[in-house]
Design a protein around this ligand. Structure first.
Ligand SMILES: Cc1cc2nc3c(=O)[nH]c(=O)nc-3n(C[C@H](O)[C@H](O)[C@H](O)COP(=O)(O)O)c2cc1C
Length: 389
């Protein structure tokens, strides 16, 4: 049993996989908020592909191996994790549940893994550092136009003991999220009548959440908290590899770039001194028709996997997805939707439920794969399906 305990509240006990937690979140949230987590951009082609492409691979069990206990631990961005998945950055967690970022961080640590704070955190980074327990925390930020602001944020990350810096590069502008456009969710939100009716039919959510909280990291740089002009001026920026190298020069510890998909781009990131690439299409939230990351993984591992860690993001829903990525050369995986659904479904305990389901699936399936450690989960354990529709 993990530090999280097994005495689940009834509603969470009935959730036996991440998909059940998604269904519970759908019940507990007004639809504009649920759709904001669940949706992708444009036609959601990449959103669907992110999960479907895992189906192109099969895991090959290895029996008579004598393996009946496994060690799924790995080292990611300098931190030892008990299993190869960590909580990826997601903004606005207090929109989902008052436990917010602190509940998410505590859940990750109770389940033996790391938490990544989003630049769009609704809790102050210092408060997360002070209130979350001792597990590893990563600090994610969007690149800003002002190097002075970036240097200040990086100093804050150092002062608060964040162990690694993650810079997300794949939303130089905001994507076209049609579900948000229909519901009126946005900055600022201008909910449709249907959206307001849904909010009114979720009074418990409304009492605990409205008005929507501001941003803990960026608000401190604005003259007025929530200044949308500041966000537009600073965060809508398409940085260059030279900027990435500059950010690297400001941070001594492990450093990851999140969102490069192409092989050449990932090679160039190595030249900028990154310790890891997080192979991500940001869950298809900004750009549609990009390839699923699991499709790109073998090529990217081939190009840079001998120099840096390759972490797979986007589409992880099951322990077998994690093991497929590891078998194709990923050091570990990350993601946000599953954790967000779980937070909305049950706060910190909800996230603990989701992570414990994923973790036990990884550990159970390693026995079927005859893999005592993750180093045994290699190309001998995976096969690309001959056909797949
Ligand atoms: C509600 C929500 C907010 C997110 N906010 C951020 C963010 O602030 N920064 C970031 O790099 N990624 C953000 N992401 C993207 C996730 O880190 C991750 O790349 C994506 O969710 C992967 O897709 P998956 O969760 O479907 O596997 C967000 C995702 C969601 C669902």
């Amino acid at each position: 049993m993990s530090a999280a305990g097994d005495d689940w509240p009834r509603a969470l006990r009935k959730c036996v996989n991440p998909s059940d937690l998604r269904s519970l979140a759908k019940k507990r949230l007004p639809f504009p908020i649920f759709d904001h987590i669940d949706g992708g951009c444009d036609d959601e082609v990449t959103l669907a592909a992110n999960q479907k492409e895992f189906g192109r691979y099969h895991l090959i069990p290895h029996y008579c191996s004598g393996v009946d206990a496994v060690d799924a631990s790995t080292t990611v961005l300098g931190q030892k994790l008990e299993w190869p998945f960590f909580v990826g950055p997601a903004g606005g967690l207090k929109y989902l549940h008052p436990a917010g970022e602190i509940g998410m961080a505590r859940a990750a640590h109770n389940l033996g893994t790391a938490y990544s704070m989003s630049g769009f955190t609704t809790t102050q980074p210092e408060d997360i550092a002070a209130s979350a327990n001792e597990g590893p925390r990563f600090f994610q930020m969007q690149p800003c136009r002002s190097r002075e602001v970036m240097a200040d944020m990086i100093q804050l990350a150092k002062d608060c003991g964040y162990k690694a810096l993650i810079v997300t590069v794949d939303n130089p502008i905001h994507g076209n999220r049609e579900r948000d456009a229909r519901s009126g969710f946005g900055l600022p939100s201008n909910f449709s009548l249907k959206g307001w009716l849904s909010i009114m039919s979720h009074p418990w959510w409304a009492i605990r959440t409205l008005p929507l909280p501001g941003f803990g990291l960026y608000d401190k740089y604005m003259d007025q908290p929530g200044d949308l002009n500041w966000l537009g001026e600073q965060l809508v920026t398409n940085i260059t590899f030279e900027d990435l190298a500059w950010i690297r020069s400001q941070w001594d510890g492990p450093f990851a770039v999140k969102g490069l998909v192409g092989v050449q781009d990932n090679r160039r990131a190595v030249d900028c001194g990154v310790s890891a690439v997080i192979l991500s299409n940001q869950g298809a939230r900004h750009f549609d028709t990009a390839p699923a990351t699991i499709e790109m993984l073998p090529e990217v591992v081939d190009a840079v996997g001998d120099k840096i860690e390759v972490i797979l993001d986007s589409g992880i829903r099951r322990g077998t997805d994690i093991l497929k990525a590891v078998a194709l050369g990923a050091t570990a995986c990350t993601g946000a939707r599953t954790n967000c659904y779980a937070l909305a479904a049950g706060g910190q305990r909800g996230v603990e439920r989701a992570l414990s389901l994923l973790r036990s699936e990884v550990e159970r399936d390693m026995v079927f794969l005859g893999a005592a450690t993750l180093s045994d989960v290699d190309h001998t354990r995976i096969r690309r399906a001959a056909s797949h529709d």
